[in-house]
Design a binder for this molecule. Structure first.
Ligand SMILES: Cc1cc2nc3c(=O)[nH]c(=O)nc-3n(C[C@H](O)[C@H](O)[C@H](O)COP(=O)(O)O)c2cc1C
Length: 224
C-alpha cells in the first residue's frame, strides 16, 4: 500500500444464504413486480405519504458507485409554486424540442408514445424528484472529479424507480432537455448537473399507457 493513502478497513459481510427454492421464488416474484411497472403520464393529485418517498430515496442511496463517491442528490419538490416554475420552463424547452430540435426519426419513435410538449403532470403529481449528478467534490480546498458518475447515478435511479414502484407508487422518467433550468430553479451549484426529473404519485383513475411491448429474453440476453 502507498503510505500516503489511508489503510483499508474491513468488516464481516452480512450475507443471507438462501435455498435454491427460495432464490427461485424471490427471483420470480421480483420479476413479476417489476414487469408491472409502467411509465405513467396521467397522475392523480391525491397526496401520498412523504415517508414512502423518503424510504425510496434511502433505497436508491444503497446503490453501488464508482470509488464509493455516491455522486447523487435527490431534490424532492412538493411546493406548488416551484412545481409551476418547473412546468413552465420544461414546457418551453419541450416545445422547442418537439418543434425543431428533435429529428424526424426521434419524433417517429415518440409518436407511438403519444407524448408532446404539454406536461401538466409536473403540477399535478404530488412530488417531483429531481435527481442531480454530482460531477466533482471539494474537500480541504482540493477539488476532485467523481468517477463513473453517469453509470453510478443511472444505477441509483433504476433502484429508485424499482423502490417507488414496489411501494405502490407511479412514476414518470422525464428528461425535458436541456435540463439546466432545474439547476437554476432549485438553486443547485454548478457541480450538480440535472440527471432526470421524476414525477411521483398515484395514477389518475382510468389512466391509459401506450400499448407497447418489451423485448423477449432471447433478444436481450446472450449466453456464451
Ligand atoms: C432516460 C429516459 C428518459 C425518458 N424521458 C422521457 C421523457 O422525457 N418523457 C416521457 O414521457 N417519457 C420519458 N421516458 C419514458 C420512456 O418513454 C418509457 O420508459 C418507455 O416508453 C417504456 O415504457 P415503460 O416505462 O412504461 O415500460 C424516458 C425514459 C428513460 C429511461
Amino acid at each position: 500500500m502507498n503510505p500516503k493513502f489511508p489503510e483499508p478497513r474491513f468488516i464481516p459481510l452480512n450475507f443471507q444464504t438462501l435455498s435454491i427454492e427460495e432464490q427461485t421464488r424471490r427471483a420470480e416474484e421480483f420479476y413479476a413486480t417489476l414487469d408491472k411497472r409502467r411509465t405513467v403520464r396521467d397522475f392523480s393529485d391525491e397526496s401520498v405519504p412523504f415517508e414512502l418517498i423518503e424510504q425510496a430515496i434511502r433505497a436508491a442511496g444503497t446503490a453501488p458507485s464508482g470509488a464509493n463517491m455516491q455522486p447523487w442528490r435527490f431534490v424532492i419538490v412538493k411546493d406548488a409554486e416551484i412545481k409551476r416554475k418547473i412546468r413552465v420552463a420544461a414546457e418551453e424547452e419541450e416545445y422547442k424540442s418537439y418543434h425543431g430540435r428533435m429529428s424526424d426519426k426521434w419524433l417517429r419513435r415518440l409518436a407511438t408514445l403519444g407524448t408532446d410538449e404539454h406536461k401538466p403532470f409536473l403540477e399535478i403529481a404530488p412530488y417531483l424528484i429531481v435527481v442531480f449528478r454530482i460531477t466533482s467534490t471539494a474537500e480541504n480546498g482540493e477539488t476532485e472529479p467523481t468517477y463513473y458518475s453517469q453509470e453510478s447515478v443511472g444505477i441509483a435511479v433504476g433502484m429508485l424507480l424499482a423502490a417507488l414502484h414496489n411501494a405502490g407508487l407511479a412514476t414518470l422518467t422525464h428528461t425535458p432537455s436541456p435540463m439546466k433550468f432545474l439547476q437554476e430553479i432549485l438553486g443547485r451549484p454548478k457541480t450538480e448537473v440535472p440527471f432526470v426529473l421524476i414525477p411521483v404519485g398515484l395514477p389518475a383513475t382510468r389512466a391509459l399507457v401506450p400499448d407497447i411491448s418489451r423485448k423477449p429474453l432471447e433478444d436481450i440476453m446472450i449466453v456464451l
